[in-house]
Design a protein around this ligand. Structure first.
Ligand code: CP3
Length: 346
């Protein structure tokens, strides 16, 4: 006889079972606000060196689990590993952010990119290491960027204001945009199925820039490719929950929730949680949505914001999270206060 496995509250919630205490993890929970992250980054010489070193990346994935006992561990990697696997060069300019080359502005550039799936291997190595070391009650999340958000970087070669270049290209040459989105989507399916085979238990699709699209463009470049990815994941990895996080989607969240097939939906801090509860399908797990700046503010401001979110989502499966990534100047004591408030231990 085998003993019953230890329950995993985050995974159970993502499968639709509300927990008495909502499980919690924080986007970007492994990162610069942690001194132990900054020390390892210093030692290895930069973000990409960390992300492509399975030992270092596994260690960083585990840092917030050891320090805070988060209910979920998120793989330490980046959404821009996919463009690397599609043959673009990727580097990070210190103090500025990612750079990609050559930029994808024309069909011949897209067709000249050579698939480089070996770029994904270190990530699978990280997943296997973490899966072997994770506490039994902790759920393990993999992730990728959504095709639209990844495309905005592949087109501009860096982060861009209002994603103007990608939006222009989508109008000017929709066939090229579709070819790019399809190529990213295919790679993303392979990549997420690879993460699942290596040991992640759920995956999140980050669509950080979905908010810049008009409704018809949102249907075409966010909902349609997301639906294709979700269907392929459900077919290839039945029972593994998919979280969609269309940041900035606002009033388009209900359409996204209903049409993409995602199992759970992340909402950002600009969304009123009372509206979200009323507008999203009954019983669908919701993740969010504390303002990262309320976490920095701390004190009663933080407590009140947390209580408001907990109350708004009290009648459905809820994963507590921020509305976007934790900021580097977040005090660790405030993260501890947040955990105590959500877990009613403080
Ligand atoms: O959540 C986690 O802890 C897992 C790891 C993770 C990172 N990036 C590590 C990272 C995840 C899930 C991401 C997602 C990501 N990466 C997104 C989508 C989510 C979002 O924040 O909107 C995007 C758009 C990227 C692309 C990216 N990576 C940018 C624009 C930057 C530079 C800006 C910044 O925040 O520094 C990165 C670098 C990056 N990715 C860091 C980390 C911890 C900072 C690296 C460092 O300087 O140490």
């Amino acid at each position: 006889m085998h003993a019953d496995p230890v329950p995993k509250p985050l995974l159970a919630t993502l499968k639709g079972q509300r927990q008495p205490i909502p499980p919690i993890w924080l986007m970007r929970q492994a990162g610069r606000y942690l001194p132990e992250y900054r020390a390892l980054r210093e030692e290895k010489g930069g973000f990409l060196a960390l992300a492509l070193d399975s030992h270092a990346a596994a260690e960083i994935t585990l840092q917030p689990i050891r320090r805070f006992g988060m209910d979920g561990a998120i793989l330490f990697s980046d959404i821009l590993i996919v463009p690397m696997a599609l043959g673009q060069d990727l580097w990070f300019e210190t103090g500025e952010g990612p750079r990609l080359a050559p930029t994808v502005q024309a069909r011949d550039v897209l067709e000249a990119l050579q698939d480089a799936p070996e770029a994904l291997e270190p990530v699978y190595g990280t997943v296997r290491r973490v899966a072997a070391l994770l506490p039994p009650q902790t759920s393990f999340l993999g992730f990728a960027g959504s095709p639209w958000t990844v495309a905005t970087y592949m087109i501009a070669g860096q982060g861009s204001r209002e994603q103007a270049e990608a939006r222009r290209l989508a109008y000017r040459d929709p066939a090229l945009m579709q070819a790019l989105i399809d190529r990213i989507a295919d790679c993303t399916i392979t990549y997420l199925l690879g993460q699942i085979a290596a040991g992640v238990e759920a995956v999140q699709l980050f669509d950080s820039w979905s908010g810049s699209l008009s409704p018809a463009q949102f249907e075409q470049w966010v909902i349609a490719p997301t639906a294709r990815i979700v269907a392929a994941l459900h077919a290839g990895a039945p029972g593994v929950p998919v979280i969609g996080f269309p940041k900035g989607a606002g009033g388009k969240l209900p359409a996204y929730a209903c049409e993409t097939g995602v199992d759970a939906i992340g909402v950002d801090e600009t969304v009123d949680p009372v509206w979200a509860h009323a507008s999203l399908p009954a019983g669908m797990p919701v993740q969010g949505n504390l303002d990262p700046l309320a976490l920095i503010a701390g004190g009663a401001t933080l407590d009140n914001a947390v209580d408001h979110i907990l109350a708004a989502f009290a009648e459905r499966p809820h994963v507590f999270n921020l509305g976007h990534g934790i900021l580097p100047d977040t005090p660790i004591a405030h993260v501890e206060r947040l955990l105590a408030r959500v877990r009613r231990t403080g």
